[in-house]
Design a protein around this ligand. Structure first.
Ligand code: SF4
Length: 218
């Protein structure tokens, strides 16, 4: 049987808990999940700092900004016009449907709220699952390019699976545990930055004894 818990334990033993997501409130997580699309976290932090300094980290404050003003504040995150529009649309939706309160949004049935999020412009499955898991504290596993790279090399994935297939694989082989999903995704990210890079650094990797790529390439 596929032992995703064994891989998780190896990563956890090596890195320890990561305590994600780096944000001060669920609303900041939601904003960060949109801003982090197609960029690295350093750029998101610069945009978040601008928003914080402008006192613009609330739904109302974002809606009180013009699109042009919002674009300038989030410019460091890249694709700032698209992202400003997405932030406005998300906040408009939250105000219209949930009185501006994330709690009302996330308190619904998981599949229902996930499907709703996926209908919003610019919210794909990775962004929706990041919002659900890290802002909503709901058990929705987050899949990203790092997940595909690492588990492809370990021999768990072929690399051709769709997002939904990978998410279902994790969710059907792991206990439904929010903290586990939270840590697992964070551990995958740190591991792919530290060892399993595009050009992997296999020496001293905590997964070396179970890695198909290592067996086939060394
Ligand atoms: S052994 Fe190399 S390829 Fe395998 S998981 Fe570790 S870093 Fe990645």
């Amino acid at each position: 049987m596929l032992d995703l818990l064994n891989i998780y334990q190896k990563l956890l033993d090596h890195y320890g808990t990561r305590d994600w997501w780096p944000a001060e409130s669920p609303f900041e997580v939601v904003i960060g999940a949109i801003l982090t699309q197609n960029t690295n976290w350093n750029n998101v932090e610069k945009a978040m700092t601008n928003l914080r300094q402008a006192d613009a980290l609330t739904v109302d404050a974002i809606m009180n900004l013009t699109l042009a003003e919002l674009e300038q504040l989030i410019r460091p995150s890249g694709f700032f016009r698209q992202k400003a529009e997405r932030l406005h649309l998300f906040c408009r939706y939250l105000l219209d449907q949930y009185q501006g309160d994330l709690k009302y949004l996330f308190d619904q049935d998981l599949n229902l709220v996930r499907n709703e999020l996926l209908k919003l412009k610019g919210i794909g499955p990775e962004t929706a699952d990041s919002m659900l898991l890290y802002a909503g504290q709901r058990p929705s596993f987050v899949v990203d390019a790092y997940t595909n790279r690492l588990f492809g090399r370990l021999g768990v994935l072929s690399g051709k699976e769709k997002y939904t297939t990978v998410r279902d694989l994790f969710m059907s082989h792991l206990p439904e545990d929010i903290q586990l999903y939270n840590e697992y995704h964070a551990l995958i990210v740190i591991h792919c930055k530290d060892f399993c890079r595009k050009r992997p650094l296999c020496n001293n990797c905590p997964c070396v004894d179970i890695c198909l790529y290592k067996q086939q390439n060394c």
